[in-house]
Design a protein around this ligand. Structure first.
Ligand code: ADP
Length: 396
């Protein structure tokens, strides 16, 4: 069966068509600037790439153009849309309602919409993506929602309740949810396979380090804790996000700057993290380049980041009463030897010892621990699309 995987943003639509007979990617692409001037689609198939300017007032036109590129011209990979057996959608917030992927029906769409206050930037465009797909592909093609939060629904209340008046959990569902669940699940499972271990008897810390970043403690196949919280702002510092703070930093900052509510949220979400501390860039490549040239604040960003990762590895090893494996993934996790190396320094005492030569490998699955290290340290490139396609196949 051929499965279309969709990741719909407010002005973008990422797609990937996967042939599940051999899990190969037939084509992928990105529609950008939907609803804005200068919208375009980049389509990749048969080892080539096409960029087409196309007016796309809404996601529905983006779906039509994508389908057009998949079925006609040099980038075609299908005879017609009937060749697509099912569609899998990434949905960011499933709240407490979804602990696993589900077949989409009216009730599911309504619930995703109701959860929008918890992910105002993500859930509404994802519902738009689902509705547009229904319009373009018809109601006969089954669609599945795969939630970023679902994998972490196995957390215990002691890990997800915040120490604020309990009534806010009851009335407004304020708690830790965690995100990047599809990626954490994929790399944790893959790490067990890679090491020939039983996933249900395996203690792994997964580090998804991209522009957004989170870590998870995965014990015997289940997420028992994760760094992000109510929203993807918590936990590790990130490209532009602060990560965890003493909560009074936000209230004190508000008093100093006069920025409250949405403006304070903007400061913490878009002006903080790597960008805020370095004053240079949110991009780790820029940070590493500046640090190599002696920029002290860029070096500070690198040191803070690696230190935070290391602290969570320690915390999660304690939470799991041991550690078999640490997995690095995401743009930084897969490509930055210095972040991996510094995050793993000084932990020989509990079995982490890395081989700096193996650690230089990029973009491929690798075990970069020393042969005798008790804890295996791995790079596993993430593949959220494949995970979404697998869940979709299983459900349909
Ligand atoms: P997103 O969360 O947007 O999917 P990615 O997973 O693509 O982000 O990660 C982007 C981050 O990965 C950026 O900070 C980028 O600088 C970093 N990165 C990508 N390639 C390298 C590299 N070769 N060396 C260091 N950092 C890298």
């Amino acid at each position: 069966m051929k499965i279309l995987v969709i990741n719909s943003g407010s002005s973008s639509l990422k797609y990937q068509l996967i042939d599940m007979d051999n899990e190969s990617v037939l084509c992928k692409g990105l529609c950008e600037r939907i609803g804005l001037v200068g919208s375009s689609v980049t389509h990749k198939a048969h080892g080539k790439e096409w960029k087409v300017q196309n007016t796309m007032p809404t996601h529905a036109e983006a779906f039509s153009k994508m389908l057009d590129l998949m079925t006609t011209g040099d980038g075609a990979v299908l005879q017609n849309k009937a060749d697509i057996g099912a569609i899998g959608h990434r949905v960011v917030h499933g709240g407490e309602k979804f602990a696993a992927s589900v077949i989409i029906n009216d009730e599911v769409i309504k619930t995703i919409e109701e959860l929008s206050p918890l992910a105002p930037l993500h859930n509404p465009p994802q519902v738009q993506g689902i509705r547009s797909a229904q319009k373009v592909f018809g109601m006969d093609v089954p669609q599945v929602a795969v939630f970023d939060t679902a994998f972490h629904q196995t957390m215990d209340p002691k890990a997800y309740i915040f120490a604020i008046p309990y009534e806010f959990y009851e009335s407004h569902s304020i708690r830790r949810y965690g995100f990047h669940g599809t990626s954490h699940r994929y790399v944790a499972q893959r790490a067990a396979e890679f090491l020939g271990r039983d996933f249900n008897d395996f203690k792994v810390v997964t580090c998804h380090l991209g522009n957004g970043a989170s870590m998870a403690a995965v014990l015997n196949g289940k997420s028992i804790d994760t760094t992000m919280g109510l929203t993807p702002l918590g936990g590790l510092m990130m490209g532009t996000r602060s990560g965890d703070l003493d909560p009074s930093v936000a209230t004190y900052l508000a008093d100093i700057t006069g920025e409250y509510g949405a403006n304070m949220s903007k400061l913490l979400n878009t002006k903080s993290g790597f960008l805020g501390v370095s004053g240079i860039s949110s991009d780790n490549r820029d940070i590493e380049a500046a640090a190599a040239e002696g920029n002290e604040r860029a070096q500070l960003v690198h040191d803070m980041y690696s230190y935070q990762i290391k602290k969570y590895i320690g915390a999660y090893a304690a939470a799991m009463n041991g550690l078999d494996c640490v997995v690095f993934t995401g743009g930084i996790g897969e490509n930055s030897p210095s972040t991996r190396s510094d995050a793993c320094q000084g932990m020989e005492f509990f079995g982490i010892e890395i081989d700096e030569t193996l650690n230089l490998k990029r973009g491929e699955e690798v075990d970069f621990s020393t042969p005798d290290a008790k804890v295996r340290t791995l790079v596993i490139p993430t593949d959220e699309e494949l995970m979404i396609a697998r869940d979709t196949l299983e459900l349909v």
